[in-house]
Write a protein that binds this ligand. Structure first.
Ligand SMILES: [Zn+2]
Length: 286
């Protein structure tokens, strides 16, 4: 039984303030220990539930947040950036994905560090017209390989978001959001007991829940926080709507995409990416 754990930082127990998730702050050095100890508790739960092979992807910021001395001896860890694709070594041989330390999508009220990819640049993300956050994006990538998400941990809002999107999934609420930078926290020792037990329980979903799949063509729509961010996506400078000259521009815009992905600017702040392969579309959009 092979489990792939993706670990973000904002949804880890005890983390609530921006300085905790940013390298260079003394608060970060403490927070990275909260992160690895919670991740290792999840590893223990997966092993207790029958996992024979556990791979952990350090997925926050530059992907180098786990103090190497604290890595669990029974797992392997993918750390550092850059790398091809979002999740190296995630493929059809994996039996389930665990999303640990996740956060609610951008715009969610009373959610710790709510965002989708970039707090600064992204206002909303839609996949086939359904608004999603990182749980949805990452569950979709796993689903592309036929792999279901079995466990999501984080605050109460991301747990609700995960259940709403995935249906049958085990969730572990390690804190309750009060505002973006305020939460009711569980002590770390209780957090580790909770996620260990939930990870073990999630193993029972293997073979019982479907992966998240999407119909093709796949459309991804991103509403950026400002027009200058859409301006920066050169392939969509001209939307080509209207006359014959416009149609020629549309052809140019479509040709500018790669891997058969069309990129169109829908309005000042919104760009549409469309194609027949989910990974190719996401590769252009993310
Ligand atoms: Zn993060």
């Amino acid at each position: 039984m092979k489990i792939y754990i993706v670990a973000d930082m904002e949804g880890i127990g005890g983390i609530v303030r921006p300085e905790q998730v940013l390298k260079g702050n003394p608060e970060y050095d403490e927070a990275r220990r909260l992160l690895i100890r919670e991740v290792d508790a999840v590893v223990e739960g997966a092993l207790a539930g029958g996992a024979t092979h556990v791979v952990v992807k350090d997925a926050h910021a530059d992907g180098f947040n786990f103090p190497p001395e604290e890595l669990h001896p029974a797992a392997e860890y993918i750390m550092g950036t850059p790398h091809p694709g979002r999740f190296p070594d995630l493929d059809e041989t994996v039996n389930g994905v665990f999303l640990v330390g996740y956060h609610a999508m951008a715009g969610t009220p009373a959610a710790v560090r709510d965002h989708t990819y970039s707090s600064r640049d992204w206002q909303a993300f839609y996949l086939n017209d359904r608004q999603m956050g990182e749980v949805g994006i990452d569950a979709s990538i796993a689903g592309y390989y036929g792999v279901p998400v079995l466990l999501v941990t984080g605050d109460d809002k991301v747990c609700a978001e995960a259940r709403g999107l995935l249906g049958e999934v085990v969730t572990a609420r390690v804190k309750t959001g009060i505002a973006r930078h305020c939460a009711r926290l569980l002590p770390p020792a209780r957090v580790r007991d909770l996620v260990r037990e939930k990870a073990r329980a999630a193993m029972e979903l293997i073979g019982q829940v479907p992966p998240l799949r999407h119909s093709v063509p796949v459309s991804v729509k991103i509403r950026y926080t400002g027009t200058e961010i859409a301006d920066g996506i050169r392939a969509c400078w001209k939307d080509g709507a209207g006359d014959a000259a416009g149609e020629a521009e549309t052809a140019k815009v479509k040709a500018a995409g790669v891997d058969g992905v069309e990129i169109l600017r829908l309005d000042g702040q919104t760009v549409l990416y469309e194609g027949n392969n989910l990974l190719d579309v996401l590769h252009q959009a993310l």
